[in-house]
Design a protein around this ligand. Structure first.
Ligand code: G3P
Ligand code: MG
Length: 480
């Protein structure tokens, strides 16, 4: 396989699978990690050819294998796996959050109406929405008001009383899926299941089949560790564990007793890291960059060592998305996010070693993420309509032309750009135009898409009185 996996396997075989490398902590031994390149490997992983590098490539800092962010000038990228990103073969079973809330009364009436409207029902099941979160549904933790109505409409407050499928696909992350969907359910006022939710690092669970000991970077507190452990990584360290072991590793950092409480220090000079995974925005650029650069330059991923040829032995590093900026509550320009952090690491690596950092970037607009989304939609269709199919008419609704829209366009989805987030341009984005159009808000986009698929007369509200023939059902219900 490609360079870094070869590197991992070389290390594992060098140590005969019983010493050091495959194993990690404090001399504990670990089994040899198999990789999908092994002929007898049977895992839950498929590798998706890389479509492009991150949107946030800043040409002056990027190595010559990086792609352009423009659809007009795309090139495939090299990454730690050569030209592919591993994703889970199928979405893993995850814990759902919340209970379905559709009322019995509406369900009963709706099933009668749906029997009479088979074509519309088929059309409603043959469409699906994929929502970006930041800048489309929310600003930070605040609801964009139109989102509430969108949820109602798609959850059954429509002429047919039918659930129109939707999933959430965000480049955000940094905590377990169940924690984020619980938070989203509360803000959006509707239960969001983990089975309809993908955050930037969700597909990176596939990497647990490749790497055992990982440094996970980003997010608040220690929640990113929990996410990685849920994915099956066996040994997960975060920079604060390393700070707790040796605070001098980050000269200007004051590590508080409060922070130390959640840390899991160990003898990190005896641990071999297999890979670095950036799951979310760094909350401490100086410390995180220092530790990342230490590990990238190390001998066999061991802190305190330096490789004789760091460029040749560089530790694999993965970023969960490449967005350069994100919308927040801030009133000025959109705020810098993980793409900016990555570019800084790349520049530092170049300055220190003269080499080009090899890295893999997941998230939108990478094809692997959209492929994973397809599988999630298929499973979600099974859950809400008992039909394991992928609807033909998928609408991606996003605010960032350089991730949501370019990715959706490349994947063959309908794309809608909204004006509530990163995009602040004119009629449409010039480099990556949304093919279904630009809309003031998510509600406008959803209404336009529903009318396109279900007809202009399709009513966007449920009414018990919608079909006179149903009145006897109402009467029966009233009597009960
Ligand atoms: O850090 C970037 C993230 O906030 C973007 O999230 O939902 O717009 O993909 P989203
Ligand atoms: Mg967004």
């Amino acid at each position: 396989m490609q360079k870094n996996v070869d590197h991992l396997r070389l290390r594992l075989s060098k140590e005969n699978g019983v010493n050091g490398n495959g194993a990690l902590t404090n001399g504990h031994k670990s089994p040899l990690i198999k990789t999908p390149s092994d002929p007898h490997f049977q895992g839950n992983t498929i590798e998706i050819p890389a479509s492009r590098t991150s949107i946030s490539d800043s040409k002056e800092f990027m190595h010559n294998l990086s792609g352009s962010p423009s659809m007009k000038n795309r090139r495939p990228s090299r990454n730690s796996f050569g030209a592919s990103l591993p994703i889970p073969r199928s979405p893993r079973v995850r814990t759902s959050f919340g209970k379905e809330t559709a009322g019995t009364r509406r369900d009963l009436l709706a099933s009668q109406i749906q029997d009479l409207s088979k074509e519309k029902v088929a059309a409603a099941k043959n469409m699906a929405f994929v929502f970006d979160i930041d800048g489309v549904l929310l600003h930070g933790d605040n609801l964009i008001p139109e989102s509430g109505r969108v949820m109602e409409l798609l959850n059954g407050d429509n002429e047919l009383g039918i659930k129109i499928p939707y999933i959430l696909l965000t480049n955000g992350g940094g905590k377990p899926e169940c924690a984020r969907t619980e938070q989203l359910s509360s803000i959006l006022g509707t239960p969001i299941s983990t089975n309809q939710f993908i955050q930037s690092h969700t597909p990176m669970q596939a990497l647990a089949e490749y790497y055992e000991t990982v440094l996970v970077v980003g997010g608040e507190g220690y929640t990113a560790r929990q996410a990685a452990e849920n994915y099956g990584f066996r040994n997960v360290a975060v920079p604060k564990d390393i700070l707790a072991w040796d605070p001098s590793i980050s000269p200007w950092r004051h590590f508080t007793e409060e922070e130390r409480k959640g840390a899991r220090p160990q003898d990190f000079d005896r641990v071999n890291f297999d890979a670095i995974l950036v799951f979310a925005d760094s909350r401490d650029y100086a410390t995180d960059m220092q530790i990342i650069l230490d590990l990238l330059q190390s001998e066999n991923g061991r802190l305190g060592t330096k490789s004789k040829d760091p460029v040749a032995t560089q530790l694999p590093i993965y970023f969960s998305h490449g967005d350069m900026v994100m919308p927040t509550e801030h009133k000025g320009l959109p705020r810098l996010t993980q793409g900016a952090f990555r570019i800084a690491i790349e520049a530092q690596w170049k300055a220190l070693t003269g080499g080009n950092l090899e890295r893999t970037v997941y998230g939108k607009p990478e094809r692997a993420t959209y492929k994973f989304a397809d599988e999630v939609i298929r499973e979600w269709m099974k859950e809400i309509h008992n039909e394991r199919t992928i609807p033909e008419n998928i609408y991606m609704i996003g605010d960032n032309p350089q991730s949501d829209i370019i990715g959706g366009n490349m994947y063959g989805w309908n794309t809608c750009l909204v004006r509530t987030g990163v995009f602040q341009g004119g009629d449409n984005d010039e480099e990556n135009p949304a093919n279904f159009g630009v809309f003031p808000t998510v509600l406008d986009a959803v209404q336009a898409a529903v009318h396109k698929e279900l007809g202009k007369e399709f009513k966007l509200r449920w009414s018990d009185k919608i079909i006179p023939a149903m009145h006897h059902v109402q009467t029966l219900l009233a009597v009960e």
